[in-house]
Each structure stands twice: as structure tokens, then as C-alpha cells.
Design a protein. Sequence first.
Length: 591
Amino acid sequence: MASSETAVGSIPSTNKYTNRVILKTIFDREDGGLGYVGQRVVIGGWVRSSEERKKEDDLQPVEGSEGVSCVEVILSSFPLIRSIIKVFRGEGHSRIPENTNSDVVKRPPPSFMILKVSDGSSVNILRVVVDSELAIPSQIMPTGTCILAEGILQQPASTGNHAIELKVDKVLHLGTVDHNNYPLSKKPLSLMLLRDWTHFRTRTTTVASVMRIRDAITQAFHTFFQDNDFLYVHMPTITNTSTGGSSKEFIVTTQPLTNYDNSHDLGLEGLNAAFKKKSKVVEELEKSQNNKETLVAEKQKLERIKGLISRAKAIKKSTFRRSHPKEDEISLTGSGRLHLESQACALGKAYTSGPRFQVQESELKKSLPEMLIVETEIAFSKLVDAMNCADDLLKFICKSILENSTQNVKFLSKRVDKSITERLKFMTSCSLERISYSDAVKVLKQATENKFGKAIEWGVPLNDDHTSYLVDEIYKRPIIIYDHPKKLKPFNVRLNDDAETVAAFDIVLPKVGTVISGSQSEERLKTLNSRIEEVGLPKQQYEWYLDLRRYGTVEHSGFSLMFDSLVLFATGINNILDVVPFPVIPSKTSA
């Protein structure tokens, strides 16, 4: 029930810089926008769907008109009486046209269009009514048409899902669409098929909701760090300093590549042939439109072949040999934490965010060659401090999503995953189970070998099956696994007293796996020197990093948040390709 403060006549604010009313400001009211009835506004957006209706004859009373006679009310209520009167008036008979010239173009009957328009600011869609005298139906109705229009907000004549609509009296702009060629004209399109149209897919309600949740997460982590006295700094994307981790890096070079090994060509040719054959099958099924289930299955097979081709091309590229010495190489950074340490050891607390790169060798479902990573570093802190900070950050972000992106969560809960709200709420209040890597291995060893294919041994990395078993079946909550074997973590992680493990941790969430990896950095110069030699890194490239230990060293720790993985957790989407605006994958780096 709307309060007296939302009485008719309230004026919606015009958005700065665009001179239009953002739909979110209308729908975010408790009354759904009813307080704005009667107000003149300008709105802009894109048509999601539309329908055309013929106008009623002149005997129908005008909505909202005053002084309507009893006769008009009776005629509008009883169509039979209205038809009889029309016969007596001669309107029921066809009239002889005054001009029988066959060249005269007959005007289409007057009509009005009902458009459902979204401007991307909200899940909600505004019902927009446009008279055919203001715009040609074929130009304004196609899905994807951009419209900027002015009119009066009113209540719809009939009750339904829309509490308010816009009666347009001026069409200020139309961005027309070729209905036959516009990809989103075909409905419905699965997330998998939308991957071929990354530059359009945000116009769908599902992907737009995902993007708004990405924004909510971004706002949340900035708020958290700023409220806790962290300073935001910028880190380089191109560097000659590697973390020495297990992942391979992208080399940046202007030098020619030589010694190409063509042993992979045969397999790639076979995949290309299979792709062409399967494409013809899909094309024939699309033309026949007889078996939609078979079509969907064949398209999925086609996508799998495309994935195999991408991997084969990546392998083919990796067989080039470098023509310049490794010492001169620079690469796209896989982590900004080495450089971030220098800022934290001067500013106290620092954080950054940006794209991080690694050669992708696993399935493109939970990670990509380019991913957005949020990183932080804290001076005068130990491993447990970083673990506590990471725990608090996750809880803060999940709570912020529930409070500030409610409509998007509700929509995705209906469309994608019913457990989103429950999962986010549980994350805000639960205590994370903290176990050492060694204890995790002991628990996993108690499981049957058949569950994981082979027995797990100490020192091997825990895969998704291992961590999912711990989270979903053993502890039934998110977990923190700490004190990992030193060979599984970068060289700069602080060595524990046992000389076999390091002060590192991973936070594992249900559904998505590891979303945060953190560590306490090695502050002891001698130990760090030994680790660099042990890993086999070129020491001269790390002299600046060693200087941080030579001059004013301090204990410090931090972590990296896999932003895109957290988006998967918050949206219920299963594939990371569907939550990144423009995912970079091998052989397809553009929209």
C-alpha cells in the first residue's frame, strides 16, 4: 500500500548526462511507480517484445475522459447494441469508394503498438504504448529496436503484470533493426548459443542481470576495502617478474617465432572436417524445423567440436620456439601481488584489481586465459590475518548482493538456479571450516579409491572432485585449506617450520571451488634467496623484490580473489564463458 508521500503528482528525476528518466528510478519505488502517474517523462531503451492492436471505433469512450454519457457507457459495455446501431447508421455495409483508381494506396487501419522496453537499469520492463500515427509499426516493433520517446505515465486500462505504462505522444529517436538478420530475433536462445553474439547478449534479461550482479560485487569489494582503510593502487599488466608458480605465462614479444612443429596439423584437419560435416547436419535440421530436440543435441556436439579445435590450435601455437633468450622475456602478468607488496610495505594496506593471464590447459568452464582478479596485501600481518580478512570480504560481498541486487537475484533464482538466495544467505552467516592440507588428505584417503579414480597422496594438488567432496559431503559448508606443500605454491610464500609446507590458504565454496588463494609472504632474505635458487628463477630479475627484505622488511600477507568465479557462485550460472562480457578463448579473441 503506497503511503501518502507517494501520491499522484510526484516527479521522477531526470538522469544526469542523458536527459531521460532511468527506468530503475520508476520501478524501485514501493508502489512500483504509481506515484508518477500523470507525469511527463522521456525514456529510452530497447524493445524486448511487442504486439499490435487495432483501435476501437469512435463509440468507445476515451480512457480518463470526463463527462462520459450514460449512452456511451452502455455502448462500451454491450458490443451487440453497438453493432446494431452501426448497422442503422450504415456503417455495417460496405461503401462504394469515391475513387476507383487502382493506383490509390489503401491506408492500413489505425492501430497502436504495445512495446515492452528495457533500458538495462533494472530487471523490470516498461510497457510503452505508441500510436501508429507516430511511428510505422514495422519500424518500431522488431525486437532490439532502440527507442527514445516522450509521453505521460498512466495506469494500464486492464490489470496485469504492469502497474504503470507510458502513453507516448512524441517519438524522439528510432534505431531500427533488420528483424531477419538480428540474432536476438530468434527466441529463445540458450546461453551456449549466445556465446556467438557476445556483443548483443547483454540485451537479454538473463545476461543483463549477471552484469548488474558483477557491478554489485565490484561496488561491494571497493566499499569493503575503503571502509577498512585500504588504498587502491594500480599494478602493471606487462612484467618481467614471474611468481614462479605452476601456471604457464603469455610471452610478449616483437621477435619472430621459428622452428614450427607441424605434428599437430593432422589432428586439426580431422577436427575441421568433422566441424564442417556437423555444421551441415545442423543447417539441415534448422531448415526442416521438425525435431527441435535433435537440433539442440547436434548444436551441443558442434560446440564441443569447436572447443576441441580451439585447444588443438592452442597446442599448435605452443610449438613455436622462441628466437630470443629467456632472460629478455616479458610476459602478461599472472599475479600483481609481487608488485603490490612494495605498496603495502609503504602504505600499510593496499589493494588492486585487473586482468590476469595464464595459459589455459584445463576445460574452459571455471577459468579462462584472461580473468579479473582482486588482490590485496597487508603489512604487519600473518597468515591468519589474511584468512580473516578474506572471510570477512566474502561475507560482506554476499550480504551486499542480497541487499542491493535483490531483483536480479530473484530473477536468476527463477530462471537459472533456485538455490541462489539460500546459498548467499548461508555464506553471510556461516563459519568457514579451517583444515590443513595434511588433514584434508587424511579425510580424502578415507574415501574409497573408486570415488576419485585413484588414491590421493600427500603432495599432489587437490582437484575439483577432492574439494567438492570436502565441501559438499564432509563439512557441508565453505572451507579454508591452509599450509600447502611448498612445491604447489609460488616461491615467495613463507616457509613453515617443517620446511615442507608453506603459509598459504585456499577458500573453497560450493558449486565453484576455489575463489580465493592467499598467503603470508616470505620476509626473511636468506630464506627467500634459497627459494629463488630452488625454483630456478633468474635472480637478477628479482633484485628489486629482494630489496624489500634488505631494507625495512616486515611480516605481510594477502590474497587474490577470483572475481569471475565469485560471479558464478552468486548467479548460479554453470559456465564462466556466460558471466564474462567478452571471454578470451584460444582462436577467438574478439566479439
